[in-house]
Design a protein around this ligand. Structure first.
Ligand code: HEM
Length: 141
C-alpha cells in the first residue's frame, strides 16, 4: 500500500474521491429514484414539472462544487427549500435513505461515504433553517 492509497482511503488527501463523470451518474440515478418514489416523487414533480434537465444540471454543478470545489454552483439552497411548505423531517429521512442507496450502487465505497457525509450535513443545516422554532425552546416561557 502506498501513501497515496492511505490518503485516498482516509479521504483527506489532495486527490478527490470522485470525478465529474461519477457525479453525473450519481445525480441522474438519484433523481430517477426520487421521481419513482411514491412520497418524494410528487413533491419534486410538483415544483419541477417537465423541467427536469435544468434541475439535474444544477444539481450536477452543486455536487461538483461540494465534492471537487469547482465553484460552479451559485444558488441559494436554503431559500429554495424554505419555499417547500409541505416538506417534513420524515421526507429528509427518506431523501437520505435513497441517496445512501444510490451512492452505494453508483460509487466506490470511499466516495459513497463522502457523498453521504456531505449530504447528511447539508440536510441537517437545511432542516435547522426549515423546522427549528426558537420559541419552543425559550426557557423563559
Ligand atoms: C426531503 C428533502 C428534500 C426535498 C423534498 C427537496 C426538494 C427540492 C426541490 C423541489 C427543489 C427545486 C426548488 C426550485 O426549483 O424552486 C430543490 C432544489 C435543490 N435542492 Fe433539495 N430537497 C431536499 C433535500 C435536499 C438536500 C439534502 C440537499 C443537499 C444535500 C438538497 C439540495 C438542493 C439544491 C442545491 C437545490 C437547488 C437550489 C437552487 O435553486 O439553487 N436538497 N430541492
Amino acid at each position: 500500500m502506498t501513501v497515496e492509497d492511505i490518503r485516498l482511503r482516509k479521504g483527506d488527501g489532495d486527490r478527490p474521491a470522485t470525478d465529474e463523470a461519477e457525479i453525473d451518474r450519481l445525480v441522474r440515478a438519484f433523481y430517477t429514484r426520487i421521481r419513482a418514489d411514491a412520497v418524494l416523487g410528487p413533491i419534486f414533480d410538483g415544483v419541477i414539472g417537465d423541467n427536469w434537465e435544468p434541475h439535474l444540471l444544477k444539481m450536477i454543478d452543486f455536487w461538483s462544487s461540494v465534492m471537487l470545489t469547482t465553484g460552479r454552483y451559485k444558488g441559494q439552497p436554503m431559500r429554495a427549500h424554505l419555499k417547500l411548505k409541505q416538506v417534513t423531517p420524515e421526507h429528509f429521512e427518506r431523501w437520505l435513505t435513497l441517496f445512501r442507496e444510490t451512492a452505494d450502487a453508483v460509487c466506490a465505497p470511499e466516495a459513497a461515504d463522502r457523498f453521504v457525509e456531505k449530504a447528511g450535513r447539508i440536510a441537517e443545516s437545511l432542516q435547522l433553517g426549515m423546522f427549528f422554532k426558537p420559541v419552543l425552546h425559550d426557557p423563559s416561557r
